[in-house]
Design a protein around this ligand. Structure first.
Ligand code: GDP
Length: 471
């Protein structure tokens, strides 16, 4: 430090002493002390922390705004089972195959693109929120817009509510597609009314949620739905820099008998080229071939393009980040270090919120909201619990209920808790076997109770740091 400041070491040590820091010549100073002492000499310090290239998913690249270009929105379709998600995905895929392209054989590569009025839209091909949440739990945010499918002859169901909460937790705008309007029993107005209770107020009623009445089966109003997606995309102006090394997310991956490991990836930044050396999760490779959702071979793929790539040495996992590096040697070194770190952290503790160390995390400023998921046997208990939990008043932390519902604790609840760093409260319900196993694996804290007072008491005590440790 003395050298950098062009001062004598003894002079710097003296200054430090005046500042209350007793330092020796070979001592490591903390950042505060460095800034203070430099300030004494009238020098301003700019702190640059070393970039951990191995953790490439957290590297933030600053793009010059002039380099950013519009990119297609990435859409996920969510909703209750049997409300028509798969039918809608198929219908959209086929409405837009122009006769010239009809020759191409559609390939399932985890996502596909359609073109509407000369603009592209990318759809993730896995309906439902499991894929969405799995990816988010692994730190990947790939969705820009959610289309919430609700069957007009059925209404708002538990998974509809889950989907809403997943989208909200990820801050993703929702477009409501009221489906099956061809059915005589369809009642779209009732859907709007029901969804209003979840904050999805239609524009016609003074809100800002877009509703489109469709029939996925009859292919009614699909154009309108697609136009609405483009409208939301235009408002949000999704952009990326296509002129740099590619990075994105693995949507699916598998070991193909003929092709070896294949990864289906969504390019999110930059442009991916055949021949690029890359890391995906803890695996590395070089893009040998690249195929799009029409089975066409591509030489390059820009932002929001889904492609299937071959040329990996191993199979990565869905949700893994991928990034191109300057050469294969570098990619291999980074992948190997990441794999070693992953093995190490598997052995180590995980840093999820649990009631037992809540107080410590609040004190350390790590959390301000205690995210909670409530599952109970009846709706009445859900409401009562919500009411009492929101009344807890402890300085410095707030209870935030990110999801609630009736029924057993499911894997989807655990995935949401894991993605949102939440705890789960089960009231007169238990976790399903698989959910319990996943919770243990992911370190998600599940608390089971049957007296409301005990729930609020436990949480309040935890917030105040007065919880007796559970053995
Ligand atoms: P998912 O579970 O949400 O993917 O639902 P599916 O797409 O599998 O659809 C469930 C059932 O609803 C199937 O029998 C579909 O044929 C039917 N279905 C989907 N969309 C419509 C629609 O617009 N109108 C009618 N009448 N039936 C539909």
């Amino acid at each position: 430090l003395a050298k950098l400041l062009h001062k004598d070491v003894s002079d710097v040590i003296k200054k430090l002493m005046f500042l209350g820091v007793l330092a020796t010549i070979n001592q490591v100073l903390d950042l505060d002390a460095i800034q203070l002492v430099a300030g004494e000499y009238g020098v301003e310090v700019e702190i640059k922390l070393p970039v951990d290239e191995d953790a490439f998913e957290t590297i933030e690249e600053q793009d010059d705004p002039a380099d950013l270009k519009s990119r297609p929105p990435v859409v996920t379709i969510m909703g209750h089972v049997d409300h028509g998600k798969t039918t809608l995905l198929d219908a959209i895929r086929h409405t837009n195959v122009t006769s010239g392209e009809a020759g191409g054989i559609t390939q399932h590569i985890g996502a596909y693109q359609v073109e509407v009025n000369g603009k592209k839209i990318t759809f993730l091909d896995t309906p439902g929120h499991e894929a969405f949440t799995t990816m988010r739990a692994r730190g990947a945010q790939v969705t820009d817009i959610t289309v919430l499918v609700v069957a007009a002859d059925d209404g708002v169901m538990p998974q509809t509510v889950e989907a809403i909460n997943h989208a909200k937790a990820a801050n993703v705008p929702i477009i409501v597609a009221v489906n099956k309007i061809d059915k005589p029993t369809a009642n779209p107005d009732r859907i709007m009314q029901e969804l209003t209770e979840y904050g999805l107020v239609p524009e016609a009623w003074g809100g800002d949620t877009i509703y489109v009445n469709i029939s996925a089966k009859m292919r009614t109003n699909l154009e309108e739905l697609l136009e609405m997606i483009l409208l939301v995309a235009e408002v949000n102006d999704y952009k990326a820099n296509p002129d740099k090394r590619a990075r994105g997310t693995v949507i699916e991956a598998e070991l193909d008998k003929g092709k070896g490991p294949v990864a289906r990836v969504l390019v999110q930044h930059g442009t991916l080229h055949v021949g690029d050396a890359f890391v995906a999760g803890n695996c590395f490779g070089r893009v040998r071939a690249m195929v799009n959702d029409r089975g066409r071979r591509l030489k390059e793929a820009g932002p929001s393009t889904p492609v299937e790539i071959t040329g990996l040495t191993e199979v990565p996992q869905a949700g893994d980040p991928f990034m191109v590096f300057e050469d294969e040697r570098k990619a291999r070194a980074i992948a190997e270090r990441r794999a070693a770190k992953a093995r190490e952290s598997e052995r180590g503790a995980n840093a999820r919120v649990t009631l037992d160390d809540l107080y410590k995390q609040i004190k350390e400023g790590e959390i301000k909201d205690l995210n909670v998921i409530i599952k109970a046997d009846v709706q009445g208990s859900v409401e009562a619990l919500k009411g009492s939990l929101l009344k807890i008043d402890v300085e410095g932390v707030r209870v935030k209920i990110i999801h609630s519902g009736v029924g057993a604790i499911t894997e989807s609840d655990v995935a949401l808790a894991s993605a949102s760093n939440a705890i789960i409260i089960g009231f007169n319900v238990r976790p399903e076997t698989q959910a319990k196993a996943t919770a243990e694996q992911e370190g998600v804290d599940i608390r089971l109770h049957n007296i409301i007072y005990n729930v609020t008491d436990e949480i309040e005590q935890a917030m105040k740091g007065m919880l007796d440790p559970v053995v």
